[in-house]
Ligand binder design. Structure first.
Ligand SMILES: [Zn+2]
Ligand SMILES: [Zn+2]
Length: 68
């Protein structure tokens, strides 16, 4: 059992949902730079997207708003 280390960042890529450690996700960051996160970085669940006057907000059912 290893507890999550906050300093290491979230465990999952918020654009493709794969583990951050699996590969380099800098291409995801570039491709998703203008998009709302599609996956929760904490649990990799698909986020629910809500369009607001301020932009698109991504919500995880368990973790709430996913920051872009
Ligand atoms: Zn990715
Ligand atoms: Zn979540």
């Amino acid at each position: 059992m290893t507890s999550p280390d906050p300093a290491a960042g979230p465990p999952y890529c918020r654009h493709c949902g794969e583990p951050e450690a699996a590969r380099d996700h800098s291409d995801c960051e570039l491709a998703g730079f203008h998009d709302a996160p599609r996956f929760c970085p904490q649990c990799a669940a698909t986020t629910r997207l809500q369009t607001t006057p301020l932009g698109t907000v991504a919500q995880c059912a368990d973790h709430g708003q996913v920051r872009p």
